[in-house]
Design a protein around this ligand. Structure first.
Ligand code: ATP
Ligand code: MG
Length: 284
């Protein structure tokens, strides 16, 4: 299976002191062994050699869910820039998906826990419905909890941290669809270029469907047009047609444990419905 010893792997990347192995069933058909460094937040450049062998796919001899149309769909939200809108997208998506299926929102950005806090407010106001939440403090916990909830959930939404971390790498490999919120600044285009490197690493072991989502979007401004041109030229990732505009409704909804489809701004409600419909179509 191309597995290397821990010793050899350690030699491949000098900063790695220990590696972990975690079996993960992907779509019920494959077993993924994650060989991930215990230390987190490693610069990508220091791990290039490791990345080739870090993630090894091997076939499970007994597929269990082939043809199962109720298979859990996992959507990961990744972006390495802070404040990019990951939690806003994760909470809105999880809240809306929970209206059509059992949904778990896993907050992988602890101790900040924006998504977990949003859920607490939602639960206190009696609006949790078919949505539950969990938190993960490291990639191993994220993998374990994702596995656990796959037994019962229709959708799992993973909210990632603003870092090039093992958590971000794990999300890219676990998710059926990875969404990368990109806001209205060139800094977010640069940050997305860093995500591309992580996507390429993950693609060495599994196809990764990664797509950008414009957020804080102001479509008629020159800046938005320039950024769209730059993103197309430099990033080469697909961009969803649905967007999240620059709207107070997003901040209000986040603090109220709601989705923007549940607050008074009809434009925000419509754009969220369109965005969720597009995402559901991609993952179905
Ligand atoms: N489309 C939007 N329009 C207006 N404000 C927004 C929009 N998206 C996010 N915000 C606001 O920007 C702030 C950061 O958003 P959010 O917490 O979703 O980002 P994040 O990437 O999860 O940040 P962090 O790095 O802190 O985890 C929040 O106050 C949020 O309400
Ligand atoms: Mg966040």
């Amino acid at each position: 299976m191309g597995k290397l010893s821990t010793h050899k792997r350690s030699r491949l990347c000098g900063v790695i002191h220990a590696l972990t192995v975690a079996p993960v069933r992907i779509n019920g058909r494959a077993l993924l062994y994650l060989y991930l460094p215990v230390s987190t937040d490693l610069p990508v450049s220091s791990c290039k050699a490791l990345s080739v062998d870090k993630l090894t796919l091997t076939h499970d001899p007994a597929p269990t869910t082939e043809g199962n149309e109720n298979m859990t769909k996992i959507i990961g939200i990744v972006q390495v820039k802070g404040g990019a809108g990951r939690s806003t997208l994760a909470t809105n998506l999880a809240g809306e998906l929970s209206k059509v299926g059992r949904t778990v929102l896993i907050d992988g950005d602890m101790p900040q826990g924006t998504s977990a806090s949003w859920y607490s407010v939602r639960q206190e106001s009696g609006k949790a419905g078919d949505l539950i939440t969990a938190t993960a403090t490291d990639h191993r916990e994220l993998i374990d909890k994702t596995e656990h909830y796959k037994q019962s959930a229709d959708y799992i939404v993973l909210d990632g941290p603003p870092r090039i971390a093992e958590m971000t790498r794990a999300i890219l490999v676990l998710a059926d669809l990875c969404l990368i919120p990109v806001g209205a600044s060139v800094a977010e285009i640069w940050a997305t270029a860093d995500v591309l490197t992580l996507i390429e690493e993950a693609r060495q072991v599994r196809p990764v469907d990664a797509r950008m989502v414009w957020t804080r979007h102001r479509p008629y401004t020159n800046l938005a047009k320039e950024l769209a041109t730059q993103a197309e030229a430099e990033l080469g990732l697909p961009i969803l047609s649905g967007t999240m505009g620059m709207r107070v409704a997003y901040t209000e909804a986040l603090g109220s444990g709601l989705t923007v489809a549940e607050v008074g701004d009809t434009t925000a409600r419509m754009e969220m419905r369109l965005l969720v419909a597009e995402i559901k179509k991609i993952i179905r």
